[in-house]
Design a protein around this ligand. Structure first.
Ligand code: MLT
Length: 402
């Protein structure tokens, strides 16, 4: 359910000596709009009835243009986070006459009971704000996006991090990071056609994967996320940057490259598509596992070998062939690198056989202010081969963004 917009007029006594809407009065208007919206829903006394006081914990306002007395503003409100005892909303104020944005504001509230301790958000307020029923953290959900169901693991609270797996893998690539990165809301989907997600016959492009992920963020009420893409996940992250940069707060590019396939690479993809269509996906185990993992990992980590073997043979042929075609046709992103304006971490594996270290280093140097980290004794799949080191590097980067 969407919260209905509220229209309010700006009075002369809301304005400063220069005749502009005063910044503190704007905060009051945001508050009045919230209460008006609440009265049109469960009632302005929805909190009092429950003995709950919604304490404002944080307010972030962006003032975008001057507003004058007599102007009418339309206030919209969307829920951006819902926890057990807290919630966050984003409000916007638009000038009705010119239909232009005057200001936006993010508010975080904690519900406090009579004893002064945090208590549950009143259920009727949760429903009014459009919160979805809470699921057991960590359980795999199926979320409908763009006509198909994506399997997604969501765990933890905090700023959202979207993990995008590579080829021919699935969300379980991220299990060690999902388990350790407490303090962050970790979101790890299976891309269309991979793992437990639906696998349509057609419709596989890097742009389609990116649009699915944006729809997934919408469905999870996530406005902006830190995007962590590994290999093909990095190709998708580049497309998100190109077309949905307002959804990206930071970037982790792991074991990936910005360049497109050359003619030889495209021919290899075609040959592999033909083989998948002919033989199914079983051959991927012999073909891919020794390339994805460092030789020492293959020799010394039987559990990792087992997990990766299961992953590379676990997706349906339509999804595998679709991913190969999507990678074959992906655009070159090298020109994008100098324009990346969000904080970025580039991660490389010291023993990655698919992405040479020098190429990762060159990519990091082309991105303004990018951090660069090499995970020793890791091949292409550092999250599984060196989970402790990979988690540490990712956590340090994430904490630098706070
Ligand atoms: C991946 O891990 O996603 C693949 O190695 C990417 C590719 O084949 O280009």
């Amino acid at each position: 359910m969407a919260v209905s917009p509220v229209e309010l007029s700006v009075y002369p006594d809301d304005c400063d000596a220069f005749g502009h809407l005063n910044q503190a009065s704007l905060l009051t208007l945001f508050e009045r709009a919230r209460w008006e919206a609440l009265s049109a829903g469960p009632g302005a006394d929805a909190f009092q009835k429950n003995g709950v006081w919604p304490a404002l914990r944080k307010a972030t306002v962006e003032y975008l243009q001057q507003v004058f007395p007599g102007e009418r503003l339309r206030f919209d409100l969307v829920l951006t986070h819902h926890g057990h005892t807290s919630f966050a909303v984003r409000q916007s104020a638009r000038k009705i006459d010119s239909d232009t944005l005057a200001a936006t504001a993010d508010f975080v509230f904690v519900c406090v009971g009579r004893e002064g301790r945090p208590v549950q958000v009143p259920p009727e307020v949760s429903r009014f704000l459009g919160a979805r029923p809470r699921r057991r953290s960590g359980a795999t959900q199926r979320v409908s996006v763009r006509g198909l169901a994506l399997a997604v693991d969501v765990t933890g609270d905090g700023p959202p991090v979207l993990f995008v797996h590579g080829f021919p893998l699935d969300r379980t690539l991220w299990r060690p990071l999902m388990a350790t990165l407490t303090g962050w809301r970790r979101i790890a989907p299976d891309l269309r056609g991979m793992g437990l997600s639906d696998a349509p016959e057609a419709g596989y492009t890097i742009a389609a994967y990116a649009d699915d992920l944006v729809a997934l963020l919408d469905a999870l009420h996530v406005d902006r996320a830190i995007v962590c893409g590994l290999s093909m996940g990095g190709y998708i992250a580049f497309d998100l940057l190109r077309r949905h940069s307002n959804r990206i707060q930071g970037l982790i590019l792991a074991n990936t490259r910005a360049g497109a396939d050359d003619a030889e690479g495209r021919a290899r993809r075609d040959a592999m598509i033909a083989r998948v269509r002919r033989d199914g996906t079983g051959f991927l185990k012999e073909d891919m596992v020794p390339k994805l993992l460092a030789a020492t990992s293959v020799q010394t980590m039987p559990d990792v070998v087992r997990q990766v073997s299961a992953m590379v043979t676990g997706s349906p042929p339509d999804g595998i062939a679709g991913a190969l075609a999507a990678m074959r046709d992906r655009p070159d992103s090298i020109d994008l690198l100098p324009q990346i304006a969000v904080p970025t971490l580039v991660v490389a594996g010291s023993d990655d056989q698919l992405i040479p270290l020098a190429e990762s280093r060159a990519m990091a140097s082309a991105i303004p202010h990018a951090h660069f980290a090499v995970i020793p004794a890791a091949g292409h799949l550092a999250p599984l081969e060196q989970p402790v080191n990979m988690s540490r590097v990712v956590r340090e980067f994430l904490e630098s963004l706070l």
